[in-house]
Write a protein that binds this ligand. Structure first.
Ligand code: FA5
Length: 336
């Protein structure tokens, strides 16, 4: 076919192109490896030598004009909105990673929420205190004097403070909230204070440098050690089941006298039972009551502090505390 005729035929054909499929047929017919332009190009061998030059020029301009017509049409077709006819909008999408799976609370928060519910049933309300604490609330008012080894910078996270300002620290125990509550409320006081605490402990399977405690405090007239033991016992049985046993071991905390650590007995997977330490407790020391302006002859109280991670680990059979802080969704999803 003569190049000029090719251009005419192509411009008639391209006018009839309205879809990507038709455009592709056009491309194959004219611009393809065996298409009409290629055939016309092969034909040059049969052209008499004196006409070759004119034929070649005509062929080049035919190629250019057909390619341009093709490109213009392609642009127009690519810009067309995708046809929605025939799409079933009720068909589920192709899901590769379940992006719509709802999230959930972290299992530490879930356990704290359950503890709040449980202690609420025993009449405790929730109190709060700052994680960035001063030495008075974290130590002094809790009967931990300035020279006490527990205040050593090696065992606490103190902040770098400007010269002259009083030291601040990341609280090392939620017992600081006892003081804040007793400063602002008159007995009877019955609170729990869940929250984060910080200690530069060596991290291992049961220790973290940041963990959660839940403090309990009950101050009123005539509060006794029996009330404390009953409260811990009720908590343990409500939380871990009726058959669980608790025990109190004499201990020492500067802010309670007498003091104890309490353990809960669980059955192990091997059938043997183990005692697991859950926290510390005791009767509020008279010096603490003095520090907040209460008369120890009139008021008494008990306090306890639970390690929340230890409870979470017991509850869910988690062997390593670090799993709780790695934020690996494959791990966390098991508990949603
Ligand atoms: C205290 O912190 C006291 N304030 C508890 C208390 C409150 C006693 C009120 C008396 C009256 P202790 O340092 O033992 O006590 O910590 C309490 C619990 O926190 C421990 O039993 C343990 O369960 C948990 N715990 C302590 N250190 C870590 C740690 N590094 N990582 C995870 N849990 C810890």
């Amino acid at each position: 076919m003569d190049p000029a005729e090719l251009v005419n035929a192509a411009s008639a054909d391209i006018a009839a192109v309205h879809s990507a499929d038709q455009l592709e047929s056009f491309r194959i017919k004219y611009l393809g490896a065996k298409g009409l332009l290629k055939q016309a190009s092969d034909h040059i061998k049969q052209i008499p030598p004196d006409q070759k030059r004119a034929y070649g020029q005509a062929l080049n301009s035919a190629k250019q004009s057909i390619s341009e017509a093709f490109q213009r049409r392609k642009l127009a077709i690519d810009a067309q909105p995708v046809a929605v006819q025939g799409v079933d909008v009720t068909e589920p999408g192709r899901v590769t990673c379940d992006p719509y799976r709802p999230g959930g609370l972290h299992l530490i928060q879930k356990t704290i929420d359950d503890l709040i519910d449980l202690f609420a049933r025993m009449g405790f309300s929730v109190a709060d205190g700052p994680e960035l604490e001063d030495e008075f609330h974290n130590f002094e008012a809790l009967n931990v004097p300035a020279d006490h080894p527990a205040r050593h910078p090696m065992d606490n996270f103190y902040l770098d403070m400007p010269d002259g300002s009083s030291p601040l620290m990341l609280r090392s125990q939620t017992s600081s909230v006892q003081i804040r509550v007793l400063e602002s409320q008159k007995p009877p006081v019955r609170i729990i204070a869940p929250g984060r605490v910080y200690r530069p402990d060596t991290v291992d399977a049961t220790h973290s440098f940041m963990f959660h405690q839940l403090e309990g405090l009950y101050v009123d007239r005539h509060v006794t050690m029996v009330d404390l033991k009953t409260c811990i016992d009720l908590f343990a049985r409500a939380f871990f089941g009726d058959t669980v046993r608790t025990r109190f071991r004499p201990s020492f905390f500067p802010f309670t006298e007498p003091s104890a650590e309490f353990d809960v007995q669980f059955g192990g997977s091997d059938g043997a039972s183990r005692w697991v330490e859950l926290g510390g407790c005791g009767m509020v020391d008279p010096n603490v009551l003095h520090a907040v302006g209460l008369d120890p002859e009139v008021y008494s109280g008990f306090a306890f502090g639970l390690g929340v991670e230890r409870i979470v680990m017991r509850r869910h059979g988690i062997a390593d505390i670090r799993d709780l802080f790695q934020n690996d969704v494959r791990f966390l999803r098991q508990f949603v």
